[in-house]
Ligand binder design. Sequence first.
Ligand code: 5AD
Length: 331
Amino acid sequence: MLSSDIDHLLTTSDPTAIDELYAEACRLRDAAYGRQVFVRGLIEITNHCGNDCLYCGIRRSNTCRRYRLTKEQILDCCRQGHELGIRTFVLQGGEDAWMTDERVADIVKSIRSQYPDCAITLSLGERGYDSFCRLREAGADRYLLRHETADRDHYARLHPTEMSFDHRMQCLRDLRELGYQVGCGFMVGSPFQTIETIKKDLAFIADFKPEMVGIGPFIPAEGTPFADRKAGSIEMTLRLLAIIRLLLPKVLLPATTALGTLHPKGRELAIAAGANVVMPNLSPQDTRALYSIYNNKLSTGSEAAESIADIRARLKAIGMDTPVSRGDFKA
Ligand code: 5AD
């Protein structure tokens, strides 16, 4: 796509142009995957974090109650998820030093052997090449690591000085080289974000060609330096989902929890803009509220079974199937 086309799509206020953008995104998605939305079971394994990202509610400096799940608890979440037809488990957490390669590899191996028909996705932040290699050998298939912003100066305004833009980008290249299906992504409406930084994000995504892209609105998190900032816009998030579908027709694109948090129909709106993945929470009831990366994060009191049934019903109502499938990237 021409950069002048992207400019126009990012800035136009013509409702017909925007509707056409969404329609084209859906056509491309349906041509690649059919009317299917893939379901991932999200397991938030730890909210301990050694990083101090300025936007994040579980940053090191925030005084919140910390937890980590035991291996038994994690396997129990997988068991419940598998019974509900989930065939991808996403193990997400802060950068927790306790989660050594040995411990994570042990958990991954157990899931791999108990659920050979499932994909295992990790989302545990930055690690070294050897660590990614060990976890890949243990059986992990995919890794999610949002790049957060492709603009170096913007990156520096969102993160403490000890964090490095170059290292983050290196992690993404390492993951790719190790044969992971890789997901990058960014928040929409993060502090200091501009149309120019968004254009860099889109150029990076078009060039790196990740298998997955996670984007959701920034939502202020209590106790953080950005607690009083305003949330990102739903419209801009939807527009970006659609543009990313145009750039990478086969990409796996989640309707994120952040969008569901800002709007009761956020997930459906995302699907109508070209998204094709949902990630219901399989974490235990009592730890969900503690994984508060931003305010009012959607975590219904409902059980995994109930929320998965609810998501499936809502998607069915808008004409989308939710197959019992790993939902791998189509090369
Ligand atoms: N609002 C929205 N998204 C956030 N994330 C972290 N903090 C926030 C926030 N306040 C996103 C980051 C991170 C992912 C796990 O959650 O992009 O990579």
